[in-house]
Structure formats: structure tokens, C-alpha cells
Design a protein around this ligand. Structure first.
Ligand SMILES: Nc1nc2c(ncn2[C@@H]2O[C@H](COP(=O)(O)OP(=O)(O)O)[C@@H](O)[C@H]2O)c(=O)[nH]1
Ligand SMILES: [Mg+2]
Length: 366
């Protein structure tokens, strides 16, 4: 599956800097007029040590990591206001990555006049609530005549149920509660997903730290974590986009030395990508062979045919069975033949679930 994450946040918080880091692009960052105007799209490779360790075993011609598509939407209309059209553009995402500024740099203007990540988080969250609120209001207005016009019976009842559900949403939004806080049945969730509500989307809050705080980030992070923890499907990670951008220019050896000195234990981008995976409930499985070793993305709980469908629709349509081996069992066995010999490979049918880190070989017939 192709996961689309949209980067949001107030102007000049480091969205484009982070976008460039994630996607390896070089879109201009800065505080000049127009820096916020464009929408940028790029792809990030999801780092996966497991896949990297399988490569020497199979010596494939090609290695393909899983990917996440990132979009960088400048939200500013000017004067710190957020453009309504851009808010609408957010609706086509699977998740939102919300950058909040915690770096102090006095040369970078702040639309609110001071650095306060908790306030900024609330400001943008409120924008999202307001945007969803207007969608719900409009839909309720339109659904009433539809109910009157519908034939009595199933059709009318379905519309009435939808209206009642939308009224529940309206009440939540009136109380400034994001829709992901509602306890929803699977069927209700399906109806609401169709509206692509912004407050229903998982949100990863990325705190963009000051260079001086990277070694001891907890004091800055604690209040943001406390604010975010009141919402479901909301994660918090930290980066220092500026430092990471500087590190990205170094050789691997220099980068490692720099990280150690600065007290950065792990590349921040790995953390962001992994957190996005966790937040969306995604897992990776692998296919291996002499042509290609590759990581694929599916939702947790995907069945073997669904996983096969991520590779190609023919594999799902003609699915017979799959042979699965845990990646580390394969590594220990040394080859597919040895893994089979030691009973490390099992055969699964169409109702079985594929797990994170499994190597999957699909047998199919179309
Ligand atoms: N000091 C400091 N400056 C940063 C950091 N991240 C971004 N900036 C600067 O903030 C300005 C705005 O960054 P940009 O990525 O264009 O922000 P955007 O408007 O949210 O896309 C640029 O001048 C960046 O160099 C950071 O972590 N620390
Ligand atoms: Mg920008």
C-alpha cells in the first residue's frame, strides 16, 4: 500500500527542512515571502535493518525498501493565517505529520510572536476541528431533504443512522474534541472515513528542537507529550531539523562522530518513519530472491491473500497458499532450502495472517 503523510504546521516551523531530509530533496527553505506557497511531494525510504541483513544472503540485483510518500503543504495565507484550500488538500492523506517549533533562533520570525509548542499544537488542532465542523454542518443540512425523499425502509433508515452519527460528530466538534476520540463501531468508522475528516486521521507531532536542547530534550517534550496524550492515535517524536540537515551533508564516518558528540543516539528520521508506521498500524513483510529483495507494507492483521495483493492483484486473485519464514530464521538457516529442511518455513492458507518481519513466498494460479 502507498501511504501518504502530509506535513502540516504553522509557517516557519521547519516543515520544508524536514521534508527535504525525509525525501532527500532540496526544496528551498526559509522565511522569504512565497516560501510557504508551494506543495512539494516526495518519497522516503523506510530504513529496515532486517532487509539490509538479508541482502548478503540472496545477493539480489536490486533491493527495494518500503516507501512513505510525504507531502509538504505550506499552509500560510500570509499574516500567519491558514489557507482553507490547503486545509482541504490535507483530506487526501492517511496521516498528518504536525511539526511544532521548539527552536528559539531569533532570526526566524514566529507568526505568534513567541516560541510555544503546546500553544501552536492547540492552534492547528483547532483549525482542523473547525474545518471538520463545517463539513459536518453542510452534510447534515443536505441529508435532511434526502431523508424526506428516501423510500421508507432500509434506504431511509441508513440515512437516518448517518444523520445521527453526524450529529454525534457535531457535538464532539462543538466541544473541540477530535473525531478520533469517539468510540465508533466498525460500520460507523467506515461511513466517517468516506468524509476524510482531518481530526479522524492519526497525527504524529514532531517537535523541532533547538540545537541547544537535543542532548536533553525531556524538559521541552514533557508538556507536548502531556498535551498530545489526551488524544488517541497521536504520537510525539522529536528532531532537530537544522542539525539533521547539517549531518546529512557529512560523510558517514563524520556523521557518526558528530552524532556521538552531540548526544544524538539515533538518526531522527528513522524515528519519524518508524513512528509513522506504528501510528498507522503498519507492518512490513519481505520477498526475497536473486532478482530482488523487497519490503512491502500492509496493515497489521492483513491476511496472506491481502499481503499477496500488495505485491500484485494477480497474486491475490489466484492465491493458493504461501510459504512463510521469519527473517531471522532465514538468516540463521542461510538459504531457503536449509530453512525448509529445518522446518523453519511453514505453509499458510488464505485465512492466515501475515506477521511483521516474515518472508513470504506466494504460490498462485491465474
Ligand atoms: N535554529 C533552527 N532553525 C531551523 C530549524 N528548522 C528549521 N529552521 C529554520 O527555520 C526557517 C524555516 O524553515 P522551513 O523548513 O522553511 O519552515 P516551513 O515554513 O515550516 O517550511 C529556515 O530558515 C530554517 O533554516 C531548527 O531545528 N533550528
Ligand atoms: Mg515550507
Amino acid at each position: 500500500m502507498n501511504v501518504v503523510t502530509t506535513i502540516t504546521g504553522l509557517p516557519f516551523v521547519g516543515k520544508t527542512t524536514l521534508f527535504d531530509l525525509l525525501t532527500g530533496q532540496h526544496v528551498a527553505t526559509g522565511t522569504f515571502a512565497g516560501a510557504e506557497a508551494e506543495t512539494n511531494v516526495g518519497v522516503a525510504k523506510v530504513p529496515d535493518e532486517r532487509l539490509d541483513r538479508l541482502v548478503p544472503l540472496f545477493k539480489p540485483k536490486k533491493t527495494t525498501h518500503a516507501e512513505i510518500t510525504y507531502r509538504d503543504l505550506g499552509l500560510a495565507k500570509g499574516g500567519g493565517e491558514i489557507s482553507t484550500k490547503k486545509l482541504g488538500d490535507l483530506r487526501t492523506s492517511d496521516a498528518l505529520l504536525h511539526v511544532v517549533r521548539a527552536f528559539r533562533d531569533p532570526t526566524v520570525p514566529h507568526p505568534e510572536g513567541s516560541v510555544d509548542p503546546v500553544r501552536d499544537l492547540a492552534t492547528l488542532d483547532l483549525e482542523l476541528v473547525v474545518s471538520d465542523h463545517s463539513v459536518v454542518e453542510r452534510r447534515i443540512e443536505r441529508i435532511e431533504p434526502e431523508i424526506r425523499g428516501a423510500r421508507a425502509g432500509g434506504e431511509r433508515e441508513a440515512k437516518e443512522r448517518e444523520r445521527d452519527l453526524l450529529r454525534r460528530c457535531l457535538a464532539a466538534l462543538d466541544a473541540e474534541t477530535p473525531l478520533r476520540e469517539l468510540d465508533l463501531e466498525a460500520e460507523e468508522l467506515k461511513v466517517l472515513r468516506g468524509y476524510r475528516f482531518l481530526t479522524l486521521m492519526p497525527q504524529l507531532v514532531v517537535v523541532n528542537l533547538d540545537e541547544a536542547d537535543v542532548a536533553a530534550p525531556d524538559a521541552t517534550l514533557a508538556p507536548v507529550r502531556a498535551a498530545a496524550s489526551t488524544h488517541r492515535s497521536t504520537g510525539v517524536v522529536h528532531v532537530c531539523a537544522k542539525l539533521e540537515a547539517e549531518i546529512a551533508e557529512l560523510s558517514p564516518e563524520e556523521a557518526t562522530a558528530f552524532r556521538e558528540e552531540a548526544g544524538l543516539h539515533e538518526p531522527a528520521l528513522d524515528r519519524v518513519l518508524r513512528a509513522t508506521y506504528d501510528l498507522l498500524g503498519l507492518i512490513s513483510f519481505f520477498t526475497v530472491g536473486p532478482d530482488e529483495c523487497r519490503a512491502w507494507t500492509v496493515r497489521k492483521g492483513a491476511t496472506a491473500p491481502e499481503a499477496a495483493g500488495a505485491i500484485h492483484s494477480d497474486l491475490e486473485r489466484g492465491f493458493i497458499r504461501a510459504e512463510v519464514t521469519k527473517w531471522d530464521d532465514m538468516l540463521r538457516a542461510g538459504s531457503e532450502a536449509e530453512a525448509k529442511k529445518h522446518a523453519l518455513t511453514r505453509t499458510i492458507g488464505k485465512d492466515a495472517v501475515v506477521n511483521d518481519g516474515e518472508i513470504v513466498h506466494v504460490l498462485f494460479n491465474v
